[in-house]
Design a binder for this molecule. Structure first.
Ligand code: FAD
Ligand code: DHB
Length: 391
């Protein structure tokens, strides 16, 4: 098999890269370890920044997103028995977020690739990279019991945090920056109308809770749980009880429970590997960096990486110019680190750290108070939340 760009991973990063390259006349093949039905069902992110929505719409894959996505012009911060709205339309006019499930983005991109005759090889195993610092880098894998080779001019490692591409870079090249948080998120999807029109981020002594949604009939919730917690500890009734305890803290507001469709636990970590490239291998999305989910940045960063990487590949294939390829990692660094800072900051602001003393709790409350009482502080929060490109 041959393609100008070989892409590892059919997540948002890999699929969008393949789609954008196709629109610019560059050929690619995507290689994915899971099945099509698995990646189309995997429930993950839900908040798209304006820049992400614009990228998908400009690329011709925004039709369903514009129809079904829910545009939100504010979010609520809930703490100390009161609700505080951060109003994007007032603080950062013209900018908003759109709530639309990551698996819907994935479905739209898979459909667009297949409709255009694009090749995605699902269910592969034993993926390895060869000669990534030569002019003929190669992806080796097994599919349908056969060994296969995909020879390319470049490889894009879009295989997520647990993929193999980052580890294919020789030791000593990458610098890694990392932080673990002492808790995890239990996420559920429930067949019930949202109890709020907008997302609610709730700080509570019992732990953080988040009320999100997917549609007028489907709600999404997250609970801060122990880092090593087990789903077996969380029967449905306990989940609703805990969501109630953490969210029903404002007079007159009630949570409507419903059947739980899906649940999972996600560890919380910050991680950056730099540079996001070596030889002819370029990393994008979670393969290069992950953030704790409170800031809703992960998928948005993956989309922004891919936008920049596409332009670099297109320059190269059009004219042999390699300045943008050489500068790819440096071009992404500022935005990657802005998202790292915002995500860590928001995590610290909203979660309960068991080791915190009374003084630390007072500081946390003071910071939240400042955020909802100071217009400059709220504006800073809003511009980070809706997304800013740090060019
Ligand atoms: P992935 O989506 O992980 O895709 C990588 C793909 O590579 C996968 O399909 C995987 O199967 C495949 N793969 C793995 N190994 C190999 C291999 N060896 N060879 C080939 N393929 C391989 N982000 C937001 O922007 N907003 C949010 O609201 C948000 N909320 C989140 C909530 C939760 C609970 C979680 C877990 C994440 C959330 N995120 C959010 C983060 C977001 O989901 C990720 O940042 C996003 O999936 C990154 O996309 P990606 O394409 O880089 O990686
Ligand atoms: C969702 C996920 C997030 O990480 C977040 O900050 C807000 C919403 C969601 O899945 O809907």
């Amino acid at each position: 098999m041959r393609a100008q760009v070989g892409i590892l991973g059919a997540g948002p990063a890999g699929l969008l890269l393949s789609h954008l390259l196709h629109r610019q006349g560059v050929s690619s093949i995507v290689v994915e370890t899971r099945s099509r039905s698995h990646i189309e069902k995997r429930v993950r992110a839900g908040v798209l920044e304006q820049g992400t929505v614009d990228t998908l719409c400009t690329a011709g894959v925004g039709e369903r997103l514009l129809r079904e996505g829910m545009v939100h012009r504010g979010i609520e911060l809930r703490f100390g028995g009161a609700a505080h709205r951060i109003a994007f339309e007032d603080l950062v006019p013209g900018r908003a977020i759109t709530v639309y499930g990551q698996q819907e983005v994935v479905k739209d991109l898979v459909a667009a690739r297949l409709a255009a005759g694009g090749e995605i090889v699902f269910d592969v195993s034993d993926v390895r990279l060869e000669a990534i610092d030569s002019e003929r880098p190669t992806i080796l894998f097994a599919a349908d019991g056969q060994q296969a080779r995909l020879e390319c001019e470049f490889i894009a490692g879009c295989d997520g945090f647990h993929g193999i591409s980052r580890d294919a870079i020789p030791g000593g090249v990458l610098s890694v920056f990392e932080r673990h948080f002492p808790f995890a998120w239990l996420g559920i999807l429930a067949a019930v109308a949202p109890s709020s029109h907008e997302l609610i981020y709730a700080q509570n002594e019992r732990g953080f809770a988040l009320h999100s949604m997917r549609s007028p009939a489907v709600s999404r919730f997250y609970l801060q749980v122990e880092a090593d917690d087990d789903l077996a500890n969380w029967p449905d009734a306990r989940i609703w009880e805990e969501l109630r305890a953490r969210l029903e803290t404002v007079p007159g507001w009630t949570l409507t429970p419903g059947p739980i469709l899906e649940k999972g636990i996600t560890a919380m970590r910050s991680y950056v590997a730099e540079p996001m490239q070596f030889g002819r291998l370029f990393l994008a999305g979670d393969a290069a960096h992950i953030v704790p989910p409170a800031g809703a940045k992960g998928m948005n960063l993956a989309v922004a990486d891919v936008r920049v990487l596409t332009a670099a590949f297109v320059d190269w294939f059009a004219s042999g110019a390699r300045a943008r390829l050489d500068g790819y990692s440096a071009a992404r660094s500022r935005s990657v680190w802005r998202a790292q800072h915002f995500s860590s900051w928001m995590t610290t602001l909203l979660h309960t750290f068991r080791d915190d003393d009374a003084y630390a709790r007072k500081l946390q409350r003071s910071h939240l108070d400042y955020l909802v009482r100071s217009r400059p502080a709220a504006t800073s929060f809003a511009e980070n939340y809706v997304g800013m490109e740090m060019l």
